[in-house]
Write a protein that binds this ligand. Structure first.
Ligand code: ITT
Length: 211
């Protein structure tokens, strides 16, 4: 049986870009959301070997610590020509200083080394695994992806992380050139564009009721 989210919810992320998007996605549902940072919760070590496992680790750690339901996202950029890298290591490729220009430059260097110059050779997708966990260990989880092409040089200053390098299929602008509303691509603009918005649509179906 799926469980509905009611009352207060902890958003179990320490990434400000994700936090803003997760708050926006929750807004139409009237959920009172408080962030892990606001509650002073520690960041657990992401020891899982999949997006799903790491989302569970983060949601369960926050749910236990706060004694409230907690909502986590584990996500990353999967580059076909790099055998799926950086994948679950997407945050780690930016290093302790969260240098995503450096991480995008590293990806580009590796693509050049492999001779990946055409759009077909530069295919990539973002993945978002979302998990809501309750203090009694109940979990709800969903996953989705957004497919696209990597561009160089990066374009746009909106969004976060790898957004300026990623052009979603069917669009001529990168996520870095889109407003967050365009990046979500939810009605009335579309049925979900970003990996996170697409996963959220699935989560909303099983756990949320519109206000
Ligand atoms: P939390 O674990 O605290 O949520 P984090 O940044 O460490 O924050 P992840 O472990 O899930 O989160 O790392 C995912 C990385 O992948 C993230 O740091 C981004 O750089 C990148 N990423 C995920 N979603 C993205 C998006 O929508 N746009 C751009 N980059 C994204």
């Amino acid at each position: 049986m799926h469980r509905r989210i009611t009352g207060q919810l902890v958003i179990a992320t320490h990434n400000p870009g994700k936090l803003a998007e997760m708050r926006e996605l929750l807004a139409p549902y009237g959920i009172e959301a408080v962030s892990a940072g606001e509650l002073g919760l520690d960041e657990p070590e992401e020891t899982g070997t999949s997006f799903r496992a790491n989302a569970q680790i983060k949601a369960l750690a926050a749910a236990k610590a706060a004694q409230l339901p907690a909502f986590a996202d584990d996500s990353g950029l999967v580059v076909d020509a790099l055998d799926g890298a950086p994948g679950i290591y997407s945050a780690r490729w930016a290093g302790p200083n969260k240098d995503f220009t450096g991480a995008m430059t590293r990806i580009e260097r590796l693509l050049q080394e492999r001779g990946a110059t055409t759009p077909e050779q530069r295919r990539a997708h973002f993945v978002s695994a979302l998990c809501v966990a309750w203090p009694d260990d109940h979990i709800e989880e969903v996953e989705a992806r957004a497919d696209g092409t990597l561009v160089w040089p990066p374009r746009g200053t909106a969004g976060f992380g790898y957004d300026p390098s990623f052009m979603p299929d069917g669009h001529t602008r990168t996520f870095g050139e889109m407003t967050s509303i365009e990046k979500h691509g939810l009605p009335p603009l579309g049925l979900g564009l970003s990996h996170r918005a697409r996963a959220f649509v699935k989560l909303a179906e099983i756990c949320l009721e519109p206000r």
